[in-house]
Design a binder for this molecule. Structure first.
Ligand code: ADE
Length: 324
């Protein structure tokens, strides 16, 4: 079919209470970039006179018809989900001039970048004042950083922070699952960190969003987050809450390793064969036995044998009790 400018601008969205007047938005710097377009920081001047900081998601110009359709679908899904403390909340959207999705701003950015910058801080400190014979790269390397100033260690997650992040993601997923929604792309790149280390799940409105090209592999129409996918999703394109649980196990692994890419050294095309023959990622350095057991339970071959998000959250409640 010949796609003309007029077919591109077909409005998929009808104006409603979520509509924002574009004049009330002040659009600032870029927060993230991907194949779909970009996310920018900005300010929204509410009708009642208060200004709030927001994140504004916009499509690449010019978008394809398919991108426009998916984007509008994402907006509709976000409108349909009642707010929850561990899901990124919708502020509104612009439909007239260009489709814009406006969501709450999370000051510490995405969890993957947050973890990786903690890793960088630890590596730097390790180079400065820790003997190199034991250069552990796991989250628990911070144990050796007592000499660092309070300021320097502020954004280095400690074991209890990792457990708290894990619990908050489980809470958000427990809620999505209760709404019979499947995320399909649960990973630290799709989780945001707010003030006081509140964690919010993002991109639940769209399963095939593409932030980081390298981890998605083209298969059929969309790009897939192969390293986060459950066995049955890889083999039979089956997505369920229980396949989200598998991805959650991979997210736990990402957190404990401070943002490493899963299955390091394993080429994507070899992954399926390895998983099929029973291979699972080994226990990361200094990862507690309890947390590793939790990951492994998420990676059981039989989806029904994996824990529910409620049971994962309960287990984490128990593990966190030791710290309060
Ligand atoms: N990057 C992508 N979305 C974001 C948001 N809502 N807040 C902060 N950084 C982001």
């Amino acid at each position: 079919a010949i796609i003309t400018a007029s077919t591109i601008s077909v409005p998929y969205l009808k104006p409603d209470k979520w509509d924002i007047d574009i004049q009330r938005l002040l659009i600032k710097d870029v927060l993230g970039q991907g194949a779909f377009g970009i996310v920018r920081r900005g300010w929204y001047s509410k009708e009642n006179g208060t200004d709030i900081e927001v994140a504004i998601k916009m499509l690449r110009d010019p978008p394809t018809n398919e991108e426009l359709k998916q984007f509008c679908q994402e907006i509709e899904i976000m409108k349909s989900v009642p707010p929850h403390p561990h899901l990124v909340s919708l502020v509104g959207c612009v439909v007239k001039e260009a489709p814009l999705l406006v969501v709450e701003y999370c000051s510490k950015g995405d969890l993957q970048s947050y973890l990786r910058s903690a890793y960088e801080k630890i590596s730097k400190a390790a180079m400065m004042n820790i003997d190199s014979e034991n250069n552990s790269t796991s989250v628990y390397a911070f144990n050796k950083l007592y000499d660092m100033s309070q300021e320097d260690t502020e954004d280095i997650p400690q074991h209890k922070d990792v457990l708290s992040f894990a619990r908050q993601v489980a809470l958000g997923m427990e809620y999505l699952a209760s709404l019979k929604m499947i995320h399909r792309d649960l990973a630290t790149r799709n989780v945001l960190v707010c003030d006081r280390n509140t964690i919010k799940i993002s991109d639940f409105g769209l399963s095939r969003d593409v932030y980081y090209n390298n981890v998605y592999c083209k298969l059929g129409g969309g790009k897939l987050p192969i390293r986060w996918m459950a066995l049955e999703s890889l083999t039979h394109q089956v997505y369920t809450t229980q396949s989200d649980v598998w991805s959650y196990g991979v997210l736990l692994w990402e957190m404990v390793t401070l943002g490493s890419t899963p299955y390091p050294g394993v080429p994507t095309h070899e992954l399926l064969g390895m998983l099929n023959s029973g291979y699972r990622m080994p226990q990361p350095d200094n990862c507690s036995d309890e947390l590793y057991a939790l990951m492994r339970s998420c990676w059981k071959e039989d989806p029904k044998s994996r824990p529910s998000f409620s049971s994962l959250r309960e287990t984490l409640d128990g593990l966190l009790e030791g710290y309060s």
